[in-house]
Ligand binder design. Structure first.
Ligand code: SAM
Ligand code: SF4
Length: 334
């Protein structure tokens, strides 16, 4: 695919980071993410491995340097490792980083292959170390598998970052222990505020925990100092003197981070959403399956740059309010 102009939106932001969802399916049912009876897409709607690869090449040609595979749960897709291997061969040829976000349930079986494909860092989502609470939060009894996955990733030489959604009245009291555990194992930990995306059974307001409050509480246990570290994402980092580790805070609700946004998201059906919190969308699958895929893909990416909004408008203050977007995080790709 011929190289085109770098992707830059109408606010002058250079877009260099693609989060690509490879499936909307998942083997967990985190209560804040999806309902128990989540309706998954028919498989024929989902992009094939070849299409995902072709799309990725199109993005690399337009200056995307970092690709994160996500979902749904990326490791429930069986040909996922083939895609990683194929994309891994593009590292150093325009692509600078290839990574993935996983819930860790299947990581033990894949960690070595993931490292072998050229992945250096992965994110593992884990909200609790308590097996009973884990089963309550995810509606599946899989904590032991996740912990085995994290250990296997470490053994394979992958740098692991733990992502934890801070949940009032659920894992709130455990956050200091999670920090100690992650840092003790040599992993960074990033806390995330719950976002109003997609209908679930619960009202997210009930468990919304602002990270400003979490920080105040952590300061009673730890000496925190602001760090200049940045991974080019929305997290702000703190260092924890007692553990020597790094703590990230992603606060979409209490601290809008859109000004520095460098990312776009593509769903497993090839819908490009230039903003996680917006409804704007461009159909890349139609472009890919057209008679002139290269030209149409280029035009679709230009269109995405024109419609990328300046910022999201999340609000989680009112009980019973509709989600900011009807799409679940598992659809857009977290
Ligand atoms: N299944 C994988 C996982 O859990 O890591 C990848 C996809 S998941 C949608 C990505 C991240 O989104 C996870 O860290 C999860 O906790 C987070 N997430 C899901 N729904 C969310 C919501 N409504 N608000 C904030 N974070 C959410
Ligand atoms: Fe699955 Fe990840 Fe959503 Fe949990 S957060 S239900 S693991 S997609």
């Amino acid at each position: 695919m011929a190289a085109g102009a770098m992707l830059r939106d109408t606010f002058g932001r250079r877009i260099s980071y693609l989060r690509l969802s490879v499936t909307d399916r998942c083997d967990l049912r985190c209560g804040y993410c999806m309902p128990e009876k989540m309706q998954f897409l028919p498989k024929r709607e989902v992009l094939s491995l070849e299409e995902l690869y072709q799309l990725s090449l199109g993005f690399i040609a337009r200056g995307i340097t970092k690709i994160r595979l996500t979902g749904g749960e990326p490791l429930v897709r069986r040909d996922m490792v083939d895609l990683l291997r194929a994309l891994g061969r593009k590292l150093g040829e325009g692509l600078e980083e290839l990574t993935l976000t996983t819930n860790g349930t299947q990581l033990a079986g894949y960690a070595a292959q993931i490292a072998d494909a050229g992945v250096r860092r992965i994110n593992v989502s884990l909200d609790t170390l308590d097996p009973v609470l884990f089963t309550q939060l995810t509606r599946r009894d899989r904590l032991a598998d996740v912990l085995a996955g994290v250990a296997a990733a470490k053994a394979a030489g992958l740098k692991v970052k733990i992502n934890t959604v801070a949940l009032k009245g659920l894992n709130e009291d455990e956050i200091p222990e999670l920090v100690r555990w992650a840092h003790g194992e040599g992993h960074d930990l990033t806390l995330i505020e719950v976002m109003p995306l997609g209908e679930v059974e619960e009202d997210r307001v009930d468990h919304f925990l602002p990270l400003t409050a979490v920080r105040e509480r952590l300061e009673q246990c730890f000496t925190l100092s602001d760090s200049s570290h940045s991974t080019g994402g929305p997290a702000r980092y703190l260092t924890v003197a007692e553990t020597g580790g790094r703590l990230g805070l992603i606060s979409p609700l209490t601290n809008n981070f859109c000004a520095g946004c460098n990312r776009i998201r593509v769903t497993a059906t090839g819908q490009l959403y230039p903003c996680l919190g917006g409804g704007e969308r461009v159909d890349l699958r139609a472009a890919l399956r057209s008679d002139a895929p290269d030209d149409n893909l280029a035009a679709a990416l230009d269109q995405a740059m024109r419609i990328k909004p300046e910022r999201h408008h999340f609000d989680i203050s009112a009980r019973g309010a509709a989600p900011a977007q009807p799409r679940h995080m598992s659809v857009t790709g977290g």
